[in-house]
Design a protein around this ligand. Structure first.
Ligand code: ADP
Ligand code: MG
Ligand code: MG
Length: 250
């Protein structure tokens, strides 16, 4: 589904990603961990098409297509979803209208008619219940005045509504409360199917108590320096990141 080959990227002329290689297949969950400042959020920003980052080398294929050539909305239409570390507020746009527009954009790109009103409302209710999002929040402007936990819940709600092929979730380094973690996990576990894949980016092992990744990668100084199974996350939890830093130094 996703092939990242020798990806280098820079911001403000500073090289942050220094040759990332990663392959994600359908049905897989990958966790990317690593110390602060390693480039985890940079990687997700590049994948989603944030124009502040310059790709200087390498390629990214999504279902065989050159992802880096596409506009962010084209990437979304192909089924890429990204949850940001800091979700944006959109004053004046209600959640309901925002979701309807997003869903219909995606359907249009697939050659489908807009979703019928009754079907849309049923879907909203079903997904709202999944992430335990209060109906009152759904009638408010997108993320405006939402707490950190509510924003996160809202992001997962959007993901559940759009049913992306590949979801990339960048978690806050400051950490989510236990309820938010549980909701994120529920959304990811619900999305899980042989057709979909998820990349979970997280500083802490905690989230991985709820989401069980098939593969764990450690990103450090712009490179993936270790890859393994879930046991790698447990090792990091016990030993911290210092041993990785020491080994990489050598
Ligand atoms: P992580 O998500 O792993 O904590 P980031 O991708 O946020 O790491 O950051 C990687 C590096 O890129 C850090 O050294 C950070 O200071 C730098 N960086 C991020 N954004 C900018 C920016 N807008 N301008 C300059 N440097 C940046
Ligand atoms: Mg950080
Ligand atoms: Mg980050």
């Amino acid at each position: 589904m996703l092939q990242i080959r020798n990806l280098h990227a820079a911001i403000a002329d500073k090289e942050i990603l220094k040759g990332i290689n990663l392959e994600v297949k359908k049905g897989e969950i990958h966790a990317i961990m690593g110390p602060n400042g390693s480039g985890k959020s940079t990687l997700s920003s590049v994948l989603v098409g944030n124009p502040n980052y310059e790709v200087t080398e390498g390629e990214v294929l999504f279902e065989g297509q050159d992802l880096l050539e596409l506009e962010p909305e084209e990437r979304a239409h192909l089924g890429l979803f990204m949850s940001f570390q800091y979700p944006v507020e959109i004053p004046g746009v209600s959640m309901v209208n925002f979701m309807r527009a997003a869903l219909n954009e995606k359907r249009k790109a697939q050659g489908l008619d807009p979703i019928p009103a009754a079907e849309f409302l049923k879907l909203m209710k079903q997904k709202r219940e999944l992430v335990e999002l209060d109906n009152k929040l759904a009638s408010r402007s997108v993320n405006e005045g939402f707490s950190g936990g509510e924003k996160k819940r809202n992001e997962i709600f959007q993901m559940a509504m759009l049913e992306p092929k590949l979801a990339i979730l960048d978690e806050t380094d400051s950490g989510l409360d236990i309820d938010a973690l549980r909701i994120v996990a529920k959304g990811v576990n619900e999305l899980r199917s042989p057709e979909n894949a998820t990349i979970v980016i997280t500083h802490y092992q905690r989230l991985l108590d709820y989401i069980h990744p098939d593969y764990v990668h450690v990103l450090y100084k712009g490179r993936i320096v270790r890859s393994g199974g879930p046991e790698l996350a447990l090792e990091l939890e016990q030993k911290g990141y210092d041993w990785i830093k020491d080994e990489v130094k050598d």
